[in-house]
Design a protein around this ligand. Sequence first.
Ligand code: RIB
Ligand code: CA
Length: 312
Amino acid sequence: MAQKIIIDTDPGQDDAVAILLALASPDAVEVLGITCVAGNVPLPLTARNARMVCELAGRPDIAVFAGCDRPLQRPLVTAEHVHGKTGLDGIDLPEPRMPLQDRHAVDFLIETLRREPAGSVTLVPIGPLTNIATAMERAPDIVPRIGRIVLMGGAYFEVGNITPAAEFNIHVDPEAAARVFASGVELTVVPLDVTHKALTTRQRVEAFSAMPGKIGPAVASWTDFFERFDKQKYGSEGAPLHDPCTIAWLIEPGLFDGRFINVEIETEGRFTAGMTVADWWRVTDRAPNATFLRDMDADGFFALLHDRLARL
Ligand code: RIB
Ligand code: CA
């Protein structure tokens, strides 16, 4: 039976691939809605981009909601230097025609979690955690009703990609992340330690380009654009497809490996705010609160991605 999910996102080319993978996999995941948050680019653009991706997938019926336009306490940090001015630079797509939903994303999260059977909905945050934390703060009763959270964020062995200590999604809103990690909800974390192994090598990009239809060439154009940042910074072979790893884990968890450990969020460090302090070696007596992934079968991931996207 397909898992009911809500994708919380800040598209972002890699977010876009995650949304496509989810919409290509109705046997595995049922997308109840897409909630947008400020992150890679400001909220008006993330809400625009999410709808453009749904229309590219032929799914203008998907309910897309705009959420929080800034972090809980800090000024918004964006990543146009990685994702381009629009956040979805690469292939030119038509402006969205499907409407944005009237309700605020946080209201949609609360109402859906109160309506659906307790434990039946998985939240998949792939941007800053502002919407999720705001919903938890505004309606604490929904917390025990969340089935689980599978999020892209954080890093331990890979350390930071936006500061020396912090990964972008956590860095943008450390207070929101701290709330989510302390919530007690079953949590699977997909950190840079994993996603930096999901690299779009030339061969993989060419395989996307060669796919019939619009989806493969769109994915190739997005990765061609946003790989510049990682290639220049890390000298890597391509762009890390961060966000689709969350959806791939839901579809085929055996592609990944990790440990159930304690993960705390640094919110006060002058140089380390947003760091995920992962007790990988269990050197503290802090209670485990997250399955923190560490490894993945990258070839298996790209085979899954290619097979599924070809279905759209
Ligand atoms: O650090 C990578 C994360 O930050 C990804 O979710 C990417 O889309 C950006 O939001
Ligand atoms: Ca993202």
